[in-house]
Design a protein around this ligand. Structure first.
Ligand SMILES: Cc1cc2nc3c(=O)[nH]c(=O)nc-3n(C[C@H](O)[C@H](O)[C@H](O)COP(=O)(O)OP(=O)(O)OC[C@H]3O[C@@H](n4cnc5c(N)ncnc54)[C@H](O)[C@@H]3O)c2cc1C
Length: 506
């Protein structure tokens, strides 16, 4: 029977982040993921690396400070898939007075700098300020009635790629990443966990043992505890669905909007994939099976109404070209309002035998710190290891000392110089998805014909083979909606013929 130091249930951001951290400390690690990496919540987020301005209203200072510090750390280690994004908040005095917003932004700026512990100069993002919403400037695309606003910075992330890059980094340090592999049982057996794995179609079973077990099953954390592990846990999870919709681009500027609503919730409107705008999210308490989640008509109507209050042109469900939905596995703090339930994470350690750590809640933004905290919980069993992930680049993110923008521009220029016959848009997309690894992916390609079959939407066979060989892609969905968002740029016929190609070639 294969033996590991650490077995991790779940290949979302938390499972893969912990795997990377643990493998880099010299532990032998297994990640078992029932579906595809980032197949659940971790590809369905708003895709922000942010402190969470609105959490200040709920006095979540610890979470906001940690998340703001993480913005800087993550920008440094993954500058190809994470970049600064300016947010504009149109002012509506009857919803929140200007003094309240100024105070919130002051805290946000200040906590960001303090949290990083370097007295102000360390934050690479500009401070917040008041702005005029001129129709050809920050107000572009908005109803001209909005004339004043506030601007501040957070960061954008390709969430699904962040998960895959953590998995790659873990694998490079010896971890086994077993996708489409479900943990069907885990029992304590003396000093070890005895874990049963089954392939997705249930045809193959494998027994492994591990010195410690981490339950990073996201929305399934509680059901895995109840069913697969068989331990009644004191931790409770609140499942809150959040949906997003994608519409044709609302304005041609780079900034995003943060919109206030009469119900006090906020909705983001973010430039997406060049041609689109991403709008979300909702907060709907739910108790159905998290794997069946999808945006309801009521949520689409809510998002259309919330955005249309601000946009120059009214949005209707007919504008929606794509929508997606995810389930937040929040730690149940007893709040009645789904928007008010804490977004902070809770780690429950069960040490009644070999240790088990279960993860409740959390954010993409704080995954790296969460992983460090998990390793801290396990230090009795794995002593003398050190935190290391804050400074070590994720695959493709080694831009040296350059800022994210300068590093990216230099990489893009280098690719244009090396591959003068490949389209600039393709090189920019590859640089974003793969960072410095784009060179290895392209090899000695001279022109587009060297990249193999073209599937539409900017997707070539050479990149797909890279996803299959290096990033655990097995099905069309893995490539079209998680390793890339090419699905959004392809026609239904192109998507179908790509799915047929995957069936023939994987
Ligand atoms: C709508 C929405 C918007 C959000 N926006 C943001 C944001 O902008 N910024 C931010 O920082 N955070 C955001 N979040 C929060 C963030 O997305 C989540 O906290 C995070 O993705 C949770 O990751 P996870 O690894 O815990 O769970 P998941 O990504 O759900 O991973 C759990 C995995 O466990 C697997 N699994 C379950 N049972 C088993 C089993 N028995 N065997 C093997 N595998 C199993 C599942 O298949 C799944 O892939 C958002 C969340 C939502 C829903």
């Amino acid at each position: 029977m294969q033996q590991y130091d650490l077995a991790i249930i779940g290949g979302g951001i938390n499972g893969c982040g912990i795997a990377r951290d643990a493998a880099g400390r010299g532990l032998s690690v297994l990640v078992a993921e029932a579906g595809d990496l980032a197949g659940a919540t971790s590809s369905a987020s708003t895709k922000l690396i942010h402190g969470g301005l609105r959490y200040l209203e709920y006095y979540e200072f610890r979470l906001v400070a940690e998340a703001l510090a993480e913005r800087e750390a993550l920008l440094r280690i993954a500058p190809h898939i994470i970049w600064p994004l300016e947010f504009v908040l149109p002012h509506e005095s009857h919803l929140r007075p200007a003094w309240m917003i100024r105070m919130g932004l002051f805290f946000y700026d200040h906590l960001g700098r303090r949290a990083f512990g370097l007295g102000g100069s360390a934050s690479t993002l500009p401070a917040s300020r008041g702005v005029r919403l001129a129709p050809d400037g920050y107000g572009k695309g908005l109803n001209p009635g909005f004339t004043r606003g506030f601007a501040y910075y957070d960061c954008w992330v390709d969430d699904a790629r962040l998960v895959v890059l953590n998995a790659r980094s873990a694998a490079a340090r010896g971890a086994r990443i077993a996708t489409r592999t479900r943990v069907t049982a885990a029992r304590r057996d003396g000093e070890h966990w005895h874990v049963t794995l089954a392939t997705a179609n249930g045809t193959q079973r494998e027994e492994v043992s591990a010195r410690a077990l981490v339950n990073a099953a996201g929305p399934w954390v509680k059901s895995v505890l109840d069913r697969e592990i068989g331990i009644a846990s004191p931790g409770k999870v609140r499942l809150v669905r959040g949906s997003h919709m994608v519409v044709p681009r609302i304005h041609d500027r780079r900034h995003a909007f943060i919109l206030q609503n009469p119900d006090r919730r906020i909705v983001f409107m973010i430039p997406y994939e060049r041609e689109f705008t991403l709008i979300g999210t909702t907060d709907v308490a739910m108790d159905e099976d998290p794997s069946q989640t999808r945006a309801s008509q009521a949520e689409i109507d809510y998002l259309c109404n919330a955005a249309s209050h601000y946009t120059e042109r009214r949005l209707t469900p007919r504008d929606v070209v794509w929508s997606y939905s995810g389930v937040r596995p929040l730690y149940d703090d007893g709040s009645d309002d789904p928007s008010a339930v804490t977004r902070d994470y809770h780690l429950l350690l069960d040490e009644d035998g070999p240790p088990l750590v279960s993860i409740f809640g959390g954010k993409i933004t704080t995954y790296r710190r969460l992983a460090e905290h998990v390793m801290k919980k396990l230090e009795t069993w794995f002593p003398d290891t050190h935190a290391w992930t804050a400074t070590e680049s994720l695959p493709g993110g080694d831009f040296g000392d350059a800022t994210a923008k300068a590093g990216f521009d230099a990489l893009f220029d280098d690719l244009c110089g090396r591959y003068p016959r490949l389209p600039g848009l393709l090189l920019a997309r590859l640089a974003r998805r793969h960072g410095t690894l784009a060179r290895a992916l392209l090899g000695d390609a001279q022109g587009e014909t060297d990249l193999g079959e073209y599937f539409g939407g900017g997707l070539y066979e050479a990149e797909v083979r890279w996803f299959i060989n290096h990033e655990w892609a097995r099905e069309a969905e893995d490539v079209l909606w998680r390793r890339t968002k090419c699905g959004l740029h392809m026609s239904a016929v192109e998507r179908e013929s790509f799915a047929a190609w995957m069936l023939r070639n994987v």
